[in-house]
Design a protein around this ligand. Structure first.
Ligand code: C2E
Ligand code: MG
Ligand code: MG
Ligand code: MG
Length: 283
């Protein structure tokens, strides 16, 4: 009896694995045509100074507008893109769209609005990354001061020496730099000191229970204090409630991003958001 059950379990397992592999292959194939047909769009999530209500900029978040599956979120396709190397082409297109948007917003009279763009691990390891990004900015007529790059803590710590060199080159071009998902990796504080980054982004997982979980509260407030000591600003992501906002403001968090202010917005909505802030003098 036990043996039969075991065999059934085994069969189910292989069947599931087979299905997963097929699904994965299907995603891979349609992702390839998405690159060819340029099916990616950016949504923009506002980042605000909680003290003044000033709109400081937006994080650009990629979505795949698939003819078969509708709007597909990055968690569903970025890992596949990363494994297959397609992320390099997608990442280039994302950066280009962000630069075009930055140029449009500057021309519309908002030169202080920044656009933060996420980089993947593979992009960071491209030896010619700074030259490539510089080329795209020139083509789009975008100012490096309007662009910020987000790299995760884990991808920088994987190859810290190499990361310091590349980040240094990007910084020298005038691009802003932020460490994303801070607190989820294993930072060496001695390296952190050497990373030429302007901001740390406290990961959403610490913000979630910040007013009820003393550990999360301690991690968040220690991160803010440490970042300030190192001369860096702090962004909190995933801020959904007034209570979370109050805690972060009380502990000196500089910049807030999250559903409490706004979800990521399609470009027309982001433009309306920007226009509303311009009207009230908070851009
Ligand atoms: P991330 O860079 O940490 O981005 C923050 C994620 O948190 C976004 O998810 C955003 O929509 C979500 N978020 C923001 N505020 C809230 C909130 O108040 N509550 C909740 N529950 N969620 C919130 P999204 O857009 O699904 O992106 C997921 C991840 O995909 C990003 O995490 C980033 O790692 C990656 N990603 C997004 N765009 C790109 C891209 O252009 N290139 C690369 N390489 N990765 C990207
Ligand atoms: Mg990010
Ligand atoms: Mg983040
Ligand atoms: Mg995160």
């Amino acid at each position: 009896h036990a043996k039969a059950a075991g065999r059934n379990t085994y069969q189910m397992f292989t069947k599931e694995m087979h299905t997963a592999a097929r699904q994965r292959l299907a995603i891979e194939n349609s992702l390839r045509s998405a690159v060819t047909n340029d099916e990616f769009v950016l949504h923009y999530q506002p980042q605000l100074d909680p003290a003044t209500g000033k709109l400081l900029g937006f994080e650009a978040l990629v979505r795949w507008q698939s003819p078969d599956n509708g709007l597909v979120y990055p968690d569903r396709f970025i890992p596949v893109a990363e494994e297959t190397g397609m992320i390099l082409e997608i990442g280039r297109r994302v950066f280009e769209m962000a630069c075009q948007q930055a140029a449009r917003w500057r021309d519309a009279g908002y030169p202080s609005v920044r656009i933060a763009v996420n980089l993947s691990a593979r992009q960071l390891r491209q030896p010619d990354l700074p030259e490539m990004l510089s080329g795209i900015m020139k083509e789009c007529g975008a100012d490096p001061e309007m662009i910020e790059l987000e790299v995760t803590e884990s991808m920088t710590m994987e190859r810290p020496v190499e990361s310091i060199r590349i980040l240094g080159a990007l910084k020298a071009m005038g691009i802003g730099l932020a460490i994303d998902d801070f607190g989820t990796g294993y930072s060496s504080l001695s390296y952190l000191k050497l990373f030429p980054v302007d901001k740390l982004k406290i990961d959403r997982s610490f913000v979630k229970d910040i007013e009820v979980d003393p550990d999360d509260a301690a991690i968040a407030s220690a991160t803010i204090a440490m970042a300030h000591t190192l001369g860096k600003k702090v962004v909190a992501e995933g801020v959904e409630s007034q209570a979370q906002l109050d805690f972060l403001v009380q502990h000196g968090c500089d910049i807030i991003q999250g559903y409490f202010y706004s979800k990521p917005l399609a470009v027309e909505e982001a433009e309306q958001y920007l226009a509303r802030h311009a009207q009230s003098g908070t851009v």
